[in-house]
Ligand binder design. Structure first.
Ligand code: ZN
Length: 406
């Protein structure tokens, strides 16, 4: 570098205070001016080494290293030097997947925190209707304080979920109150939830859907179906592209099957026009093996796999999202597809998550490192029918926004 250019460099530095030193040096390429200690500084904050990287969004499945810097994915390739990494996470023998996204959880009560779900590999989640317009503020505070990403589907009923059935009196579905809550918490509310089972909404399920749709406007509505007063096709008729039907493998009355055990043509038609179908495992009334068997035999697999986990679900029937995904491995879903159901496909269901669910370069560095254990594992449905699977996903490490948090 000549003296003139050095002077102009110094001049420039004093005025480019907004640029970080590192970004500036990188931009100008003046490597000779970097102090020796700086020159040896690691290029990446973290490198996850030697895992089987599965990124269904890009149909990627290969052993490689994942380099992270500044909270973002920077590179996926074999043989990234450990010397380039400030920290190395050994993932040999593990699956390295995008951070898991659970589209249906309940973190409104103190017995289940977002932080505890982060330990399962869940870096992003949606609370499915725990709160309505009357108690949304408390849930927003939970979301704001969480170490992972929490978005909320606001219950169309002002009270949120109640044990007595929040829509037994349909006037609880207050469209104006819901709209005001959404306007007030735009950053946190990603859609509207409505529970339609007869023990929640009595015989006004269709009116409840109408009100939820009105309240949601351009946002998606998530519908809790199963044991409804109205047949499923009547409910599906009222939905729009992007709406999400959860608990799709609910047992009768009014399942997704016809009397002959085939998937209803109206269900396929709804999927064809952009309605999404989600698992919502939960504890009661949402999934039984015979219904999943019949539907999947007929080719009807879920778009997304969610847990519908609550505090009590931690120890009964649900446990955690990787366990619910493992049930679908047992049922015959290919591994990459099952991971897609809790990463890229889940991300596509919520606009706030649109950059997530993938390990592409530049994406937020949310990563789940999973062990695929082999052996005999017992899984139960919502009536405690036992089945034995031979593979089980268990979370062994989690990276959230580039920081290892487990
Ligand atoms: Zn739920």
């Amino acid at each position: 570098m000549s003296f003139v250019s050095f002077v102009s460099f110094v001049y420039l530095v004093s005025f480019v205070s907004l640029l970080t030193r590192r970004a500036f040096l990188a931009a100008t390429g003046v490597a000779t001016l970097i102090p020796a200690r700086r020159a040896r500084a690691a290029r990446y904050d973290l490198v996850i080494k030697g895992g089987r990287v599965i990124d269904p969004a890009r149909r990627l499945d290969r052993v490689a290293d994942v380099a992270i810097e500044g909270g973002r994915i920077r590179a996926i390739q074999p043989g990234i030097a450990s010397a380039d990494a400030a920290n190395v996470l050994d993932a040999a023998g593990r699956i390295v997947a995008p951070g898991l996204i659970d589209l249906h959880v309940h973190v409104g009560a103190a017995d289940l925190t977002p932080a505890s779900l982060l330990r399962d590999g869940v870096t992003s989640m949606v609370d499915g209707g725990s709160a309505g317009a009357d108690n949304i503020d408390a849930l927003v505070r939970v979301a704001q304080a969480a170490p992972n990403r929490v978005r909320i589907f606001l219950n169309v009923a002002r009270t949120g979920v109640t044990g007595q059935g929040e829509l037994m009196n349909i006037e609880a579905a207050d469209v104006d109150a819901a709209r005001r809550a959404i306007a007030q918490h735009r950053e946190w509310i990603a859609g509207v939830k409505v529970r339609l089972s007869q023990n929640v909404a009595g015989d006004h399920d269709l009116e409840a859907v109408r009100r939820a749709r009105l309240a949601a406007g351009p946002l998606p509505v998530m519908l809790h179906v199963g044991q409804t007063f109205s047949p499923l096709p009547k409910i599906l008729e009222r939905l729009e592209r992007g709406d999400i039907v959860t608990h799709i493998y609910s047992p009768p009355p009014h399942s997704l099957l016809d009397d002959g055990g085939r998937v209803l043509p109206e269900v396929r038609a709804a999927r064809a026009r952009g309605i999404r179908f989600d698992v919502g495992n939960g504890r009661n009334g949402h999934i039984t093996w015979p219904i999943v068997d019949a539907a999947t035999r007929d080719g009807f697999w879920p778009d997304t796999i969610s847990s519908d986990i609550t505090g009590p679900g931690r120890t009964v029937r649900v446990f955690d999202l990787p366990t619910v995904v493992s049930k679908f491995l047992m049922l015959g879903m290919p591994l990459d597809q099952a991971i897609g159901c809790v990463t890229s496909r889940a991300a596509a269901s919520v606009s706030a998550f649109k950059d997530l669910g993938t390990l592409r370069s530049g994406a937020p560095a949310d990563v789940a490192i999973l062990e695929l254990r082999e052996g005999d594992f017992e899984f139960v449905d919502n009536v405690d029918a036992k089945r034995t699977g031979h593979r089980k996903l268990v979370t062994s490490a989690v990276v959230m926004n580039g920081r290892q948090s487990l």
